[in-house]
Design a protein around this ligand. Sequence first.
Ligand SMILES: [Fe+2]
Ligand SMILES: [Fe+2]
Length: 244
Amino acid sequence: MRWSDWRRHFEVNRRRPLPEGLERAEEVPAAWRPALAKSLATFQLGEAGEGRIAHEIERARVPGIDADYRAALKLFVAEEGRHGRILGVMVRALGGKLAARNWTERLFVFGRRLLGLRLKLTVLLVAEVVGGAFYGLLASRLPAGGLRRGLEEICEDEQHHLDYHGEFFARQGWGVPLRAAWQVAWWSLALAAMGVVLVDHRRTLRTMGIPLTEATRAFLGLVREAASHLPLFPAGAPVPAERG
Ligand SMILES: [Fe+2]
Ligand SMILES: [Fe+2]
């Protein structure tokens, strides 16, 4: 997809109304609600905090991007904000409280602020994998209804985000050494994040009958999929950078 296509993709998405039935917590077994609300509140924090990068991209000199990429990145940030609103409705409906701060969210924010732009985008890609896997697992267990649909919609967005960030890395024009360095960074960050999420949300997973093996498989599948955007030895010519 060209960056102009991504821009359009996010523009179309922006016009969607919030999914219906997010507040129908009575569809969720009562015993699941406290743990689910707590987990979703943690993820809600993560969805809301990515504003800086959209400003940073204005000044950044990075290969392979153009005005459409920059516009798309702002729309992407807004889409994450929308995820935060969707999750916020669910958390309150489930009888939970929105979280002020959480150690996993602080870790992500700290990581992003510390790093250069490309590493920040790598950390964002980690968030897509973590979000995509976790929302997908929860949706697979929730009974059909508003909350399940809401999570499925977010999950689908995260899949697109994964491809969007993946294409950014594919267009950096990196040779084998940089690709190898990125793969090492990617797997280290992604596996560390996976461990953190599995520990932090173990109660929710257990309550909803999601075995650790299934959760790990879901995470690893997406980690591998994201990594496939930047293979060490790409087949064919590298994707040319677009000029806006
Ligand atoms: Fe999101
Ligand atoms: Fe996302």
